[in-house]
Write a protein that binds this ligand. Structure first.
Ligand code: SF4
Ligand code: SF4
Length: 301
């Protein structure tokens, strides 16, 4: 059994307690216009160009048998991705690591081996492994086998999810994790559909259903000006969450433009949008709002 993974990040400190190994699952049923990990959205490997590293030597063009790559007048490499077979020959040919295939298949054992290398950091810091993405629940068999294997070895597991999955899959995997990091974006269903491509109903219903599982939940709220920072959304979110005893913490994650360069490198700029980050005052105001409502609030992940 293999999963499509687009990154393993060591020494992560923003996605659960302590020092963590983040396992990024590739593929997500949502398509948030502000996504800061756009390489995690598609369910297949992708060609990524990194012009800042490129020497414009043309080696990759010569290596490609399918005529996918060309150079513009300035020598910058362009790709017609519709013809790319993902063979990787251009990646092999490039001496500058300026072209890459994002996403590779990994087995549970391979991921667990990487996690074991970090064990000393997990034990000293109270950390562990975080399954994130993309959406781990979109590859449920591998995600479940990975959680089982890590838990058998005494490694703590956090599940970072949009909550968009069947109830059965969601509760089964959430019930096995030590901590759920639950991304909550927009309370209005139509707006949620517009900005993420899916309804928020299964998401909200799954979060409510977690009450019975009794696993601690840290809610993560990406704050995006003009999208979800209005009083109506904040009030609706506070009202919804205040009924849930499993919610132990609310993290306010100010939008940043970290994803913009990545969706340009993937040639997918038309699918995403650029927003302005919230002002520090606005972030303070939102944190103060939730604190006043009785939540334990953290700035950032
Ligand atoms: S991955 Fe293969 S087909 Fe795609 S651009 Fe590179 S060499 Fe060409
Ligand atoms: S081989 Fe690498 S450095 Fe040379 S043109 Fe291609 S991407 Fe740029």
């Amino acid at each position: 059994m293999k999963a499509l993974i687009f990154d393993l990040k060591r020494y992560a400190v923003h996605d659960g307690p302590g020092i963590r190994l983040n396992v990024f699952f590739k593929g997500c049923p949502l398509h948030c216009l502000w996504c800061h990990n756009p390489e995690g959205v598609a369910f297949e490997p992708e060609l990524m160009l990194m012009p800042h590293r490129c020497a414009r030597c043309g080696d990759c063009l010569r290596a490609c048998r399918y005529g996918v790559l060309s150079q513009d007048q300035e020598g910058q490499v362009q790709a017609d991705r519709t013809r790319c077979t993902l063979c990787g020959d251009c990646v092999e040919a490039c001496q500058r690591e300026a072209i890459a295939l994002v996403g590779r298949e990994m087995t549970v054992d391979e991921i667990v081996t990487e996690a074991e290398k970090e064990r000393v950091f997990f034990e000293q810091s109270g950390g562990g492994v975080t399954l994130t993405g993309g959406e781990p629940l979109a590859q449920p068999a591998l995600a479940e086998a990975l959680i089982d294997s890590l838990k058998q070895r005494g490694i703590q597991v956090a599940l970072d999810t949009s909550g968009y999955a069947s109830r059965e899959v969601f509760l089964r995997l959430a019930g096995k994790a030590d901590l759920i990091l639950f991304d909550l974006k927009i309370m209005d269903e139509k707006k949620h559909q517009h900005y993420t491509g899916v309804s928020n109903r299964p998401i909200l219903e799954n979060l409510k259903a977690l009450e019975a599982a009794g696993r601690p939940v840290w809610v993560r709220f990406p704050l995006i000006p003009g999208v979800n920072d209005d009083d109506q959304n904040l009030e609706a979110m506070a009202t919804f969450l205040s009924d849930l005893k499993v919610v132990r913490q609310l993290s306010v994650l100010p939008y940043h433009k970290g994803g913009v360069e990545k969706f340009q490198r993937l040639g997918r700029q038309a699918e995403f949008a650029v927003f302005e980050p919230p002002s520090p005052e606005k972030v303070d105001q939102v944190i103060a709002f939730f604190k006043k409502k009785g939540f334990q609030v953290k700035r950032g992940g």
